[in-house]
Design a protein around this ligand. Sequence first.
Ligand SMILES: Nc1nc2c(ncn2[C@@H]2O[C@H](COP(=O)(O)OP(=O)(O)OP(=O)(O)O)[C@@H](O)[C@H]2O)c(=O)[nH]1
Ligand SMILES: [Mg+2]
Length: 356
Amino acid sequence: MKFLDEAKIYLKSGDGGRGCVSFRREKYIEFGGPDGGDGGRGGDVVAEAVPGLNTLIDYRYQQHFKAGRGQHGRGKNMTGAAGKTLVIKVPAGTQLLSEDKSELIADLSEPGQRLRLAKGGDGGFGNAHYKSATNRAPRRADPGWPGEERWVWLRLKLIADAGLVGLPNAGKSTLLAAVSRARPKIADYPFTTLHPVLGVVEVDGAEVVLADIPGLIEGAHAGAGLGDRFLAHIERCAVLLHLVDGTQEDVAAAYRTVRAELARYGAGLADKPELVALNKIDALEAHSVAARAAELARAARRETGEVFPISGATGQGVPGLLRALRAPVRAQRAALDAARRRKRARADEQPWEAPQ
Ligand SMILES: Nc1nc2c(ncn2[C@@H]2O[C@H](COP(=O)(O)OP(=O)(O)OP(=O)(O)O)[C@@H](O)[C@H]2O)c(=O)[nH]1
Ligand SMILES: [Mg+2]
């Protein structure tokens, strides 16, 4: 899957069709009245969040979108057909921003959510509309109203329940591959992973979406390595899964480096619940596992028992770690559901307004 998480696109809704000037012409009917129909409405441009998409890559290849124009009105009081609505499909988790990125227009965080970005122009009136007692043969008809045009930025922030963080080579992708059907690239050099990859993990019958992102190094906030821009994709996670490679000398320093980058990035990442795992224990003697887990626990200010010794390669300790994800994920989902219900209730309270 190719990945792109920002794109700028141009939108134009359809122009309205022109109204028509026409008079009824029939045998034996003299001075048939005006019968020019109105123009059709131009099509809207609508953005819609759809399931099953994880990238904005399509918008690298096409950036201009125009909805259909309304047809012109015709004689015999025929109104022109409305222009076709253009639907821009984006992954759930896509934010829409103004051209200068200063304003958040909308956050399409759930599949099915829709927003009109540009309204189609109204059709012009045909001359039948201008018929009156004093003017029974009007020659006036109006042009259609133009559609709206604008540029908007699409910015994707993936929606995952848990985010894998750690230094490069910590074994993040190996773990994701072991527990899900995702097949991220794995190799023994840093920055093997170049963009986020999502995987679905089944834990006690429930599905948890896990995001693997490129490793962080010291200075990532200032652009070192691949920088910290991919952290945007774990901003919405309920919990972070912090993997530390147990085969390195100083596990505490590795942990602190990543924590410092999370804190520098902001957006609440440092305040999220975090599970800490000492990884690659298959390559360690039992006594070093114990010693390094204790060091890591001290650095993370946890009880020793709260650090998970695991091996993504052999699966040791992994089920326990996954089970620990459940509580924070469930808590966040419940909070989101409650917020959604509140929002719906508020919308229901609004006085009903007659459509214009
Ligand atoms: N012995 C052992 N090696 C592991 C384990 N997990 C990962 N590795 C090895 O560590 C190296 C890095 O693994 P990756 O899964 O690519 O690490 P990553 O954290 O995704 O790295 P980046 O994508 O560069 O950030 C690979 O050579 C893996 O085979 C483990 O549990 N035990
Ligand atoms: Mg990786």
